[in-house]
Design a protein. Sequence first.
Length: 212
Amino acid sequence: MNSEALFSRRDSSLLKAEVIGCSGEDYMVKSEAGSLVARRAAGCLLRPEIGDTVLTVSFGQGAYILSVLDRGGSDTEFLEIGGASLGGQEGRLTLKARDLEVELQDRAALSSAAIEAKTDSAKLYMRRICLFSRRAMLNSDRITLLGRLCHIFAGSLIQRLKQCRSIVEGLDFRKAGRSRLTVKEALFIKAKRSTIKAEDRMKVDGRKIDLG
């Protein structure tokens, strides 16, 4: 019996071998008993790499890799389950899958120095959302806001626009302590009925004033 054989029967043997090649789902492994082609067993979640030391079982119908005993030169670990892979390298965790669903019964908490997400489209369905930030910036080619009621509470509001178009079907009501409007070129106001009322003093000044 070979010194690396843990047990041997007429039709099967358990051997320690080294992965020397890989082609798709087939792995070329080499042991003191010789070289053979083996496939990864369903229970071997860690994906073998070239140079790894693996535990194999061989019998008349073929050979399988049962587990990875030692990494050869790669420091990356990949677990594969149902077509999805979970890998780790130097404290970094990578998850690759076609779809990902996470279902929690209570709550989820995420804490990180920085969070980055990249996607073509995103949808969030929430009954209530609260966002707390010292500084926020939104950069988009086009923004559309839909809501039955919108409240904005701020100490100061600064707007810089190339063009501004506002359409109000009903009442447009504004209340301010003081109001000042400065227009560089022309100001045009048109209304079916117009009322300007000053409780104390009204001043109309211009190089030329036309009435009527």
